[in-house]
Design a binder for this molecule. Sequence first.
Ligand SMILES: [Fe+2]
Length: 375
Amino acid sequence: MPVEYKYLSEEQRAFFLKHGWIKIPQAMNPELRKLWLDDVWVRLGYDEHDPSTWTEEYVKLPRHREVRAEEFAPDAWRAACELVGSEDRVMENRERYNGDNFILNFGSDHWKTHEVPPQEVTGWHTDNDWYRQFLDSAGSALVMIHCFTDILPGGGGTLLCEDGTTELVKTLYDHPQGLEVPFAQRWTHVRNCKVFTEVTAKAGDTFICHCYTLHTASKNHHRNLRAITNPHVNLKEPFNLNRADPSDYSLVEQLILDRLGRTSLPEWHITAPRRTFYPRNYTVRASRVPEELERMIAAARAKGLGPESVDSIYLKGEEAIREHERRNGFDLPDGPNAYAKGTMMYSDDIVVKRAVDENADLSMIEPVKLGEVKA
Ligand SMILES: [Fe+2]
């Protein structure tokens, strides 16, 4: 079916193909944005007004509440569906809900007075922590960056590398056997890239990025709260990079072909099985659930309310928790380089286990310094 465009203008489509991202202003439901952000300080156990209590610079929280993606950010959802071809191509049971699993960047006293050029920032990656990566993998076809707070220049907004995609897709083309995650250090070519965009936003804006737009956390030089979430749009089927009718290509597929200088790839096929597993980054988030619940319940009690007043998936009973797990792939087995259970934060000290996997081509995996891997 030819892709229809009822929401995205010709200008927006051309911008996405050129830059690998688009910005949808004020895309988010304002009530949910405020509601979910409301108890973030309680969840953290930090004093909002005392930065000396902000003990971590960069924090990933678990999810307590979630609503359907189209309810949370209707315009962003419309744009995303057109970018991937149509809503019919979107996987129904995976990441269809957006939630309050924040990624927080507080900066530090050090970064108030220090700068680093984008080429020297570490941690450049694409978002994939739950499947074997092939060129046509459409697990995280789009990366949504929902900006819950204003993000000023230098305020820790995600850094996007626009001219790093070509090298990336060529590498994936050359590895039909797939790459195993994490492979952040493969993308060292960013050191030679020149076109970078720093996410700056008004609270409520959403950035939508192509899955092969390399990105990383930037330093927050303002020592304030920068809050985002980054859900993905997952597709039912892998990208089809060999369509008979070119008008059937989605913009996401077109961008891949464009960077390869091709109009179709009839000769390209995967040569190893596809494989999915537990999203390794959620280990870090999930380990925070008990202490967050404790703080949320204590805060409710301080207001004379009981635990039943706390809104969290984790307090809604076994079935709600299992459903949440199914929606987000938490019921899958561990994959390569899973974090040890209970891992609480990113650190160079984290011990990583590598799953024994006869099918994986481990020779392609370079040692990864975990402090540099920030999805
Ligand atoms: Fe990421």
